[in-house]
Design a protein around this ligand. Structure first.
Ligand SMILES: Nc1ncnc2c1ncn2[C@@H]1O[C@H](COP(=O)(O)OP(=O)(O)OP(=O)(O)O)[C@@H](O)[C@H]1O
Length: 252
């Protein structure tokens, strides 16, 4: 029942918006993560795979506008996300692997209302919307709850609700299921699958993206392969097994 409500509500927002990275150069300290990287995404469901350190999280931060490229531009639905932060917040949301890197307020209500009040909505109106969001996820009564007293999976759900409060057109998921038990993973996965927002999902769990529209495989800040999951995932998995069979840890 709960899921049907979520799907029906979100279906109103069904729309594919373009995510465009143009000739990006981007360094973190001494590492040149991207050097002339370009990418255009215009599918509803895009999976991102790649080895540790291949650039997936930095790609996520650039798309969400949390980092600005040293050269080039990132736009989501035409919004220059790194510079137009106000428009970016209602255009693209991001869910991190660790909810504790995302949550900044002590109570669920403050976490859910912060984005809206920062955009000028009254506290009363923001609270009404937060209560509606909590209802949708079967969590009415959580408004005044301390985030500290929630489990890891529950904190993930708070982060997802906080992102949805801003009704972004695109949600970037940076391994949001790492460390969650299977039941919680499956339930959060179903919530996400039911959303009509465009999803860009970074994961090491290939089954989570096998029904997606497109998968990109990142390798050293470049696209190694790009296509439908049925084409990319078997090649990726075979390559990972091949690399995994080697005993040399030098390139970890
Ligand atoms: N804060 C940082 N300072 C310096 N270098 C960094 C920093 N964060 C990431 N890097 C470097 O940027 C490159 C890309 O890292 P990134 O975190 O995007 O990899 P990833 O594909 O998300 O890996 P994982 O699967 O392990 O999460 C790596 O070489 C990494 O060492």
């Amino acid at each position: 029942m709960q899921m049907q409500h979520i799907q029906a509500d979100e279906a109103k927002q069904a729309l594919v918006v373009p995510v465009v990275l143009e000739n990006i150069r981007y360094a973190r300290e001494t590492t040149q993560v991207f050097d002339g990287f370009s990418l255009r995404l215009d599918q509803r469901r895009v999976g991102v795979v790649g080895r540790n350190g291949s650039g997936k999280s930095q790609l996520a931060r650039l798309i969400a506008g949390l980092a600005a490229p040293d050269q080039g531009q990132v736009t989501v639905n035409g919004v220059a996300v790194a510079t137009d932060r106000k428009a970016a917040i209602s255009t693209v949301g991001i869910l991190f692997q660790n909810p504790d890197h995302q949550i900044i307020f002590p109570t669920v209500g403050e976490e859910l209302t912060f984005g809206l009040t920062a955009q000028g909505m009254s506290r009363t109106q923001a609270r009404v919307q937060a209560e509606q969001m909590l209802d949708r996820f079967g969590r009415s009564g959580w408004f005044d709850r301390s985030v500290h007293g929630l489990s890891q999976g529950q904190r993930h759900l708070v982060c997802l609700m906080a992102v949805l409060m801003m009704a972004p057109q695109v949600i970037v998921l940076d391994e949001p299921f790492a460390g969650l038990d299977l039941a919680t993973t499956l339930r959060l996965g179903r919530y996400l699958d039911g959303l009509e927002q465009n999803l860009i999902h970074i994961t090491h769990d290939l089954s989570a993206i096998e029904a997606y529209d497109r998968v990109i495989w990142m390798e050293q800040g470049q696209l190694r392969m790009d296509g439908p999951p049925a084409q990319v995932l078997p090649v990726y998995e075979a390559q990972m097994r091949d690399w995994g069979g080697a005993d040399d840890l030098a390139d970890l």
